[in-house]
Ligand binder design. Structure first.
Ligand SMILES: [Zn+2]
Length: 704
């Protein structure tokens, strides 16, 4: 089962080593300098950065460092690729613990563990029985083989656009009578948007194999799902990035080979921790392989690439996505500027995808939209609020996490993001969308962990992500979770559903036109088509809190905060006070002050109730809904080396709950024969609803 061959073998010369992988050493170093260059190299590390407040998280996000999806109430894990990264963290006043001190050595250790695992394991509990990570070639070969061996059940999908390095992106579609052009709903699953997150592709591929095996074995649950719905799996969205990352990740560090000896060859793991795609210059397709050539000078491949999970159109360009190419969360030049995200968009726009799961690593999370805190003022000048389907998506998240033990939270509870897959897919189509962050602690852990997370371990043994995905599939085919259009129509008619609209981004000049279009062919005199609701969640009514124009009471404090110190002010909220407490902090210099708000308990201890979540250079503001009467401590913290004078204002406001004005949108349904439209009707249908349409005109003209 193991297909990996070591790229570096003992006995190879240094010159050969330099050729073996472009990631090894700086190409500018003369041969004689190699040892010196690599000995001095900074070992890339995984560190846990202390971020006691939300403001700290935002400040950390502004440093262009490589943040992982592993974050908690008071920390975020970060990959430090170079000494410059560590300096940036230190200069910004952050403290941190080192969790993995040398990712190169860890990579070699993982390779060693995986070799041992493969050598001692006959067959794992995975549906494929695999005992080692797949390469890109493995994925593509397996998808082809799966389709070849299961005609009628599995169809190979070739996504419309090639990657920047010219690779074809493949997927598989799985359903009983897969070629039928019927009206069944689709569950779409994606892996490897981020290159280094290898288990995210493994689980997608294993689920595909699992479904096929279940169908062949006559498993009633799986057979039922594949009769009522379709599964589409694209395990490797970012084929270029993954290929580079996987290849570099297989390199062996000679320090490991000679068992703790003094020879130090790998100064950087090259692209073994690459996140983004292979975009080198915005708007240009550079010669194939350009991306790989950057790995020596760009640890982690960071100076190149777009973060594909910030490049989708929904709320594109907002908080949690950078406009700098060198940033790990670079959003790209425009919404859907990348072929990889356009591939996914095309797939989702041309089917009725009622459920979407995008796999990532790591942190044991199931994330749901939206990606930004609901109090964030959105591009329309109103708070973004919760998703209209918050309650249903939260409940489904809980159903899934009951089987894998992951945390069921909003995207923004990790940190703010915009332009993610589900930010777009959910808001544009109404199909539910989730991100799975697989595994507790590493981007690509020893392979045994991949097995455990899929089939479940400990108290989740026999469940894991396999069971969570099956729950998602059940929701995808449940007519309570989407809509149905039914009626009478001529036998063999092509029915087409179409909808065009402007998708809002974070700034109106980037808004763009989205088109959804899918078809089915009737196989009888009546039809029933499982579809998404006609009105987009993005324009559905949502609940927001609006403040009165003038505060009912306000108090202003001024002061000076000493460097790296803090100053406390007290403010009393009485029984008669109003619904919202807002605390604003302002200061004249471009320095960095933070604001935290605490409520004083009866015993004098403090409970944090709010902190500001603004970016550097923006002034700080904390909002506390329905403050409990009592004494509040407003703490001004100075991270800078100077002593700025500040103004602090605490205000109480009346607030009114308001629902935004809803729009109603319709599908356009056409009934066609040989490409000729015989009838077109608008159809308005909500989630959970079934509407019947009158296609008499089509029938009348059909028989003429
Ligand atoms: Zn990811």
């Amino acid at each position: 089962m193991r297909s990996r061959s070591s790229l570096i073998r003992p006995g190879m010369t240094l010159a050969a080593l330099a050729l073996a992988g472009s990631a090894l050493i700086s190409p500018t170093a003369a041969q004689g300098d190699v040892a010196a260059v690599v000995t001095d190299a900074f070992a890339p590390q995984l560190v846990t950065v202390d971020t006691p407040t939300r403001a700290d998280k935002s400040r950390l996000q502004s440093l262009a460092l490589d943040l992982t999806e592993h974050a908690g109430h008071d920390y975020v894990e970060v990959v430090l690729h170079t000494a410059v990264d560590a300096d940036a963290l230190r200069e910004a006043g952050f403290t941190w613990d080192v969790r993995i001190p040398d990712l190169v050595r860890r990579e070699a250790e993982i390779n060693r563990l995986d070799d041992l695992f493969a050598a001692t394991t006959l067959r794992t509990a995975l549906p494929s029985g695999r005992d080692a990570y797949r390469s890109l070639a493995d994925y593509n070969a397996e998808m082809r083989a799966l389709a070849d061996a299961n005609p009628g059940l599995v169809r190979l999908l070739t996504l419309p656009e090639r990657t920047l390095d010219g690779r074809t992106v493949l997927g598989v579609e799985i359903a009983k009578n897969v070629a039928a052009r019927d009206g069944r709903p689709t569950f779409a699953m994606f892996g490897l948007h981020h290159a280094r997150e290898w288990p995210s592709g493994e689980h997608a591929m294993e689920f595909a194999i699992d479904l096929v095996a279940g169908a062949r074995a006559g498993d009633p649950r799986i057979s039922g799902l594949l009769e009522r719905g379709r599964m589409v799996v694209v395990p490797v969205v970012n084929a270029d990035g993954f290929h580079l990352c996987f290849t570099d990740g297989q390199l062996i560090d000679l320090r490991e080979v000679d068992d703790g000896g003094t020879v130090s060859i790998l100064g950087t793991p090259g692209n073994a921790y690459k996140r983004k795609n292979c975009r080198v210059v915005d708007g240009q397709d550079t010669p194939d392989g350009t991306c790989a050539a950057f790995s020596a000078t760009s640890p982690g491949g960071f100076l190149v690439g777009v973060d594909l999970n910030r490049n989708y159109g929904g709320l594109w360009g907002g908080p949690g996505a950078s406009d700098l190419l060198a940033d790990p969360t670079y959003r790209g030049a425009a919404p859907f500027s990348e072929p990889e995200t356009r591939n996914v968009r095309d797939l989702i726009s041309s089917r009725q995808v009622t459920m979407m799961v995008s796999n990532h690593t790591f942190s044991n999370l199931v994330l749901r939209p939206n990606g930004v805190n609901p109090t964030t003022i959105g591009p329309d000048g109103l708070p973004v609020g919760d998703a209209p389907d918050e309650q249903a998506m939260k409940e489904l998240g809980a159903d899934m996490t009951a089987h894998n033990g992951y945390a069921n939270i909003h995207g923004w509870e990790l940190y703010d993001t915009t332009g993610t897959t589900e930010d777009w897919s959910y808001n544009a189509t109404g199909g539910y969308g989730y991100t799975f962050e697989i595994g507790p602690d590493e981007f690509h852990p020893p392979f045994a962990r991949v097995v455990d997370e899929y089939v479940g371990a400990g108290s989740y043994a026999g469940q894991g992500n396999r069971e969570a995905y099956l729950v998602a599939f059940e929701s995808a085919v449940s007519r309570a979770s989407h809509a149905v259009i039914s009626g009478r129509a001529p036998l063999g008619a092509t029915l087409r559903l179409r909808k065009s609209f402007s998708t809002p981004t974070w700034s109106p000049e980037n808004d763009f036109t989205d088109s959804l279009e899918s078809t089915m062919v009737t196989s009888g005199r009546t039809f029933a088509w499982d579809v998404n609701q006609s009105t987009r969640p993005a324009v559905q009514s949502r609940l927001i809190m609006l403040l009165s124009e003038e505060p009912t009471r306000s108090e202003t404090f001024t002061g000076t905060a000493a460097p790296l110190g803090s100053v406390d002010h007290e403010f009393v909220v009485t029984e008669t006070d109003q619904e919202i407490l807002q605390v604003e902090l302002d200061w004249p210099t471009p320095d960095d002050l933070d604001l935290e708000v605490y409520r004083k308990n009866a015993d004098g201890s403090l409970t944090e109730v709010g902190s500001s979540g603004n970016f550097v250079n923006e002034k700080e503001k904390a909002t506390i809904n329905a403050p409990t009467p009592g004494t509040y401590v407003l703490r001004v913290i100075n991270f800078a080396s100077v002593s700025p004078t500040y103004t602090l204002t605490a205000s109480l406001f009346d607030a009114t709950e308001q629902t935004t004005a809803p729009l109603v949108e319709a599908w356009t349904l056409t009934c066609e024969r040989d490409g000729q439209v015989l009838q077109a009707v608008p159809v308005v249908v909500d989630r959970g609803q079934q509407v019947s349409v009158d296609l008499k005109e089509c029938t009348r003209r059909w028989t003429r």
